[in-house]
Design a protein around this ligand. Structure first.
Ligand SMILES: [Zn+2]
Length: 131
């Protein structure tokens, strides 16, 4: 290794002296750095949670209070701002249909760019009439 390759503090970028595995000048820099990382992690989680929350709300609003399932066009979901890249889990029925779930609300792709939206019971079992 080139000795001119000076190691620098990950927080303040000052040149480091001493142990080779040293990453920070002192505890202050270490703490500042770790806090910043934690904040960045928190932001990531917050952003994704916000997308999931919005997706859930869209499904919830389309399904309404009383309906057990409803059909809707993909375009309508996209217009509402639904983000198909974010979901919580999948559920495969015995017949091989794969529902994509956002918390308790799920959707199944149908023919013709349409989706079937369903709500899953809170006990974790799918509604009996979901096929
Ligand atoms: Zn430092």
């Amino acid at each position: 290794m080139n000795q001119d390759n000076q190691r620098r503090c990950l927080q303040c970028n000052k040149v480091l002296h001493g142990r080779m595995d040293k990453k920070f000048c002192d505890d202050y820099c270490r703490n500042s750095y770790n806090n910043r990382q934690a904040l960045a992690d928190g932001e990531q989680v917050k952003n994704i949670n916000a997308i999931l929350k919005k997706n859930r709300k869209i499904l919830q609003e389309y399904l309404g209070e009383s309906a057990e399932m409803i059909q809707i066009s993909k375009q309508k979901m996209m217009d509402a701002g639904f983000n198909f890249g974010y979901y919580t889990h999948h559920y495969t029925t015995k017949k091989g249909g794969v529902y994509t779930f956002v918390y308790e609300f799920g959707y199944l792709a149908l023919e013709g760019e349409r989706f079937l939206i369903v709500k899953r019971e809170s006990d974790g079992s799918a509604k009996k009439n979901v096929h």
